[in-house]
Each structure stands twice: as C-alpha cells, then as structure tokens.
Design a protein around this ligand. Sequence first.
Ligand SMILES: O=C(O)C(=O)C[C@@H](O)[C@H](O)[C@H](O)COP(=O)(O)O
Length: 344
Amino acid sequence: MLKKIIKYSTDSTIFYFDSSISELSKIVDQTSTFIITDDNLYHHYQKKLKGWNVLLIKAGEKYKNQNTVNEIIGQLIEKGADRKSIIIGFGGGVVTDIAGYVASVYMRGVSFGFIPTSILAMVDASIGGKNGVDVGIYKNMVGIIRQPKFLLYDYNVLKTLPNEEWVNGFAEIIKHACIKDAAMFKLLEKQFLKDFQKDKLLLSKLIQRNALLKAKVVQEDEFEQGNRKLLNFGHTLGHAIENTYQLPHGHAVAIGMVGAAYLSKGLLGFSNAEKLVTILEKYGLPAFYTFDAKDALLKMLSDKKRVKNTINYVLLKTIGDAVCRPLTIQEIQPVVEAISKTFK
Ligand SMILES: O=C(O)C(=O)C[C@@H](O)[C@H](O)[C@H](O)COP(=O)(O)O
C-alpha cells in the first residue's frame, strides 16, 4: 500500500494507492461506518462487504438525484447513524458523488471516504470534493465542495468493470493529458487500451499519475476560482448533451472536447484537433455525434460556468496547455452547429 497525503485549504485526503478492500477495517471502525454502494456492485462484492453496514442505491446516472439522497438519509436515520459516523462511497462516479453529498449534509456533515471502483472515479470523480446530484437533465446542479478523508484504491475491482466503463474513464485521462500533460498524451498515443488492461503496473502508474495531477490542480484552486476550471475541458458541451441523449459521461466529454478543440482552432490557432479525434477514437470514444445544436446551446446557458452572457470555456493553446476564455453564445454557435451535423 502506498500512502500519499494531499493537503487542501481546509482538509486533507489520504490516498491509499495499491491497496485492497480488506484493508478498510484498518482505516475505519466497522461499527460506525456506513457503506453506500449500488445494486450492481453489491451483487459482485456482497461477500467482501459482509459484516459492514451497507446502504444500497439503484445503479445509473438517472438515480443521481435528490430522491436518492432523501432515501439514503432516511436509511441513515433508521440505522442510527450519528455525527461520529463515517460514510463510504463504494462505486463509480455516481455513487461517490451521492455518498459525498449525503455525508456533507447529513446532520450538517459527517466524515466520508471513497473506494472508487471505475477508472473514471479513480482518476477524476472521487478526487477534489465536488459532490452533488443532477436536477432533471441538468448535471451536478446541486452540490458542495468538501474533501473525502481518504481514497482507497483496490485495482482488483477493475476485474468486474465492463469494457465500456474502461473506455469512459479514458475520456477523463485524455482530458488530463490535453490540459496539463503533453508527455502523457504521447504515452497514450503509443499505447492501446488493452496494454493498460493487461499490465497492472502500467495501469497503476497511469491511475496514480492522473489522480495526483487532478489533486494538484484542486490543491492550488480548491473552490474553482481559477485553474480548477481547466478540469472542465470538454464538459460545457458534454454536460449540455449528456443527459438529453443519455450518453455515458466519457462519451459526452469526448464529444465536448472535440467541440472545444475546434473552437480552439478558430480562436487560438490550436493545430491538433485531428490528433485529439484520432486518440479518442483509438480508445473507443466517439469524437462526433448528431445532436440538436439549438437545444445544446440553450442548455449551455444554464452551465455553472456562465457569467451573465458569457460562458467560461476551456480551450487549448497546444496539447498540455489549456486556458479558460469567456465566450458568448454567438462565438460558440457556429462550431457547435458545425459539429452537431456530423454523424455518430
Ligand atoms: O473536479 C472538477 O473540478 C472537474 O471539473 C472535473 C470534471 O471532470 C467533473 O465531471 C466535474 O464533476 C464537473 O464539474 P461541474 O462543476 O461542471 O459539475
């Protein structure tokens, strides 16, 4: 087990890399811990979770809403959880987002930690304290920024991860490479998804590199006043189409990154949009999708990055160097319209 402590402005998170679920009892007291997971994962990990208090939610983004939060809070009350209780989210991004949010509002806040079980949750969703729920089709409209006490990484859980979820997670890895790590972009160009699936060491290094890259960005700007916004690369258009077309998050982000890359080409002379398309497709992600551009532009106006009539859009100068620019809908519109007509 490799332990790394990341200090944020108010709290610290301990990252237990190369760990195992069986080590959880060394980190928390079993009797005061409540593990939130989804029915799919519970089916696979029932035996490993034996003896722990488990609260179940239904699997899927469509259950990432206030109703699920209320149900879980009801169960916590029923089971006698108090202010000293610890909540653990055991699952992918939907589970960790809900668990972190529930923990932050239950009795005005109890401690929490995560055991991320998907690539996406390991490199992105469980890190940085953004936890919350969707409101209708609007992504993460309600939430908080509050850091987990710990993250426990057990790569064995990836054995049950469906291939499409590996693909999904690589969207956020490619995003990190685009905004901050040109060398990682090169590595990803050289390797294939299968290489990471087969080679545990290669994978654990990649996960750690991404987790620490994100943690560092958050450490420098926990409450998203500056450079944390860069982590939203691909998410403005991505969030505007994700729930409307029930796209997996990684797919929506991939399409969003391509949109942002073409915007960057026009506005900043970014010359590698085609390279991005190639790498996304190589990792099984869609680069293009047919969608209703008018509707997507309208949804963007409800984005959290909108300030009056501009949207803080994340653009690329080069691979590995991103910037945030306020753009009007009129500036965004031609590119969104152009890419919305490309086929699936
Ligand atoms: O942690 C962040 O900050 C990010 O922007 C990372 C994103 O990949 C993540 O999906 C995040 O939840 C989106 O943030 P939001 O504020 O646009 O909901």
